[in-house]
Design a protein around this ligand. Structure first.
Ligand code: PLP
Length: 404
């Protein structure tokens, strides 16, 4: 069989499982209400948690960025791709998350890929060594792929059950007498399929006790969790106590692209020398850099934005339950509405779009079999009227499909 025939067969299988069946292009900017097929629909599927993607001041900063610093920098950071604004954004992020220093990447995926290999694959003066990584079972693909780049001869990889601190402690305890050079515990701050938070206060404690380095990917938490949006460390009262904090600039912070790693001065200086996606990939473009700085400015000055997101989230979580839907309880704007069968999630997503709500379903293999769901994501850009319109559509479709 030729490779193309294999691809055609696999595509047919994927289409059968409807992985991308309801892909629908937006005809407008990303916002609380978007245009799809010429109709206004309430957006419940984006990571635009704070509404920064279409915020006038963020857009203005991006335009100013082009005018003042150009469209692109046509270089990697270490050759001639560092503008003063890149350094300023790195400082802003450090201050916001309470870290000594920060390094920018083209995405958080790149940041996560860049971290693990640059640490574990380097001898750092030792001829014989072995490191170990303990990873939450539900960690994001970029954390998993980052670990795939670690050489097996120098890195042991262990998986602990999702958010199961007793299991993690057991694994660390079992390895207590092994002569590992470095122990790393890696977790998402917020898990994107469930909307639950890693217990960071416990993780900080456990890592201190076992002399392990704590790595947290706060992509769904930056701008979202904690009273001022500083992320899961703020939420759990451990700001500045996470050794390695990564995140994206492609969700709450403007929604364009970019990622970062924050940590100690020494770690960040080391990553600037050794992290391959940093060294060998282009710098973030100026409009994105200045728009991100504007987002952080807005977040720092106007506490009402995060508050609005949290109020909207609490309102939607309460009302969708009042309608009779089953959700995974929590506080995060990711609200999984549990439906069970994949076909119900698929049909309901399509029916809701017809009723003016844009929401996506998740099903096996993205989530376990029988746990298909619609994943609502709430935003500060939504008004109460938008939320009520969405809830009304849920009620109508839910009743029609005998889900409630
Ligand atoms: C937890 C987590 N980490 C990393 C990423 C990747 O971020 P980026 O889009 O900046 O590569 C995502 C995006 O989906 C994510 O949810």
């Amino acid at each position: 069989m030729k490779i193309n025939d294999l691809i055609v067969a696999e595509l047919a299988r994927l289409e059968e499982s409807k992985t991308f069946k309801y892909e629908t292009a937006l005809e407008s900017a990303q916002a609380g209400v978007v245009k799809v097929k010429k109709k206004d629909v309430v957006m419940l599927a984006s990571n635009n948690y704070l509404g920064m993607a279409n915020h006038p001041l963020v857009k203005k900063a991006a335009i100013d960025g082009i005018k003042q610093y150009g469209y692109g920098v046509a270089s990697v950071r270490f050759i001639c791709g560092t503008q003063t604004i890149h350094l300023e954004l790195e400082k802003r992020i450090s201050k916001f998350v309470g870290a000594e220093d920060t390094i920018l990447f083209s995405s958080c995926f790149a940041a996560n890929e860049g971290f693990f290999a640059s640490i574990t694959n380097e001898k750092l003066g030792l001829d014989h060594y072995k490191d170990v990584i303990y990873s939450d079972r539900l960690n994001h693909a970029s954390i998993i792929d980052g670990q795939r780049l670690c050489r097996p001869e120098t890195t042991d990889k262990k998986i602990y059950n999702h958010a199961d601190m007793a299991h993690l402690e057991r694994l660390l305890e079992e390895d207590r007498d092994k002569n590992y050079r470095l122990r790393i515990v890696a977790t998402d701050g917020v898990f994107s399929m469930e909307g639950d938070l890693a217990p960071l206060h416990r993780l900080v404690e456990i890592c201190r006790k076992h002399d392990a380095m704590l790595f947290v990917d706060d992509s769904h938490a930056i701008g979202v969790c904690g009273t001022s949006g500083r992320g899961t460390p703020e939420e759990f009262g451990v700001l500045g106590r996470v050794d390695v904090l990564t995140g994206t600039l492609g969700k709450a912070i403007g929604g364009a692209s970019g990622g970062y790693i924050s940590g100690s001065k020494e770690l960040i200086s080391y990553l600037r020398q050794k992290s391959r996606p940093y060294t060998f990939s282009n710098s973030l473009p100026p409009p994105i850099v200045l728009a991100c700085i504007a987002s952080f400015d807005l977040l720092s000055k106007d506490k009402s934005i995060v508050k609005r997101l949290q109020t909207n989230t609490a309102y939607f979580r309460r009302e969708i339950k009042n309608l009779g839907f089953t959700i995974l309880d929590g506080t995060h704007p990711i609200v999984p509405v549990m439906l069970g069968e994949a076909s119900i999630a698929q049909d309901m997503s399509a029916a809701l779009l017809k009723e003016g709500v844009y929401i996506k379903g998740l099903w096996f293999p993205v989530v376990p079999k029988g746990e298909a769901r619609l994943r609502a994501q709430i935003s500060a850009a939504l008004t109460e009227k938008d939320l009520d319109r969405a809830l009304e559509a849920f009620k109508k479709v839910g009743k029609k499909m005998n889900v409630i």
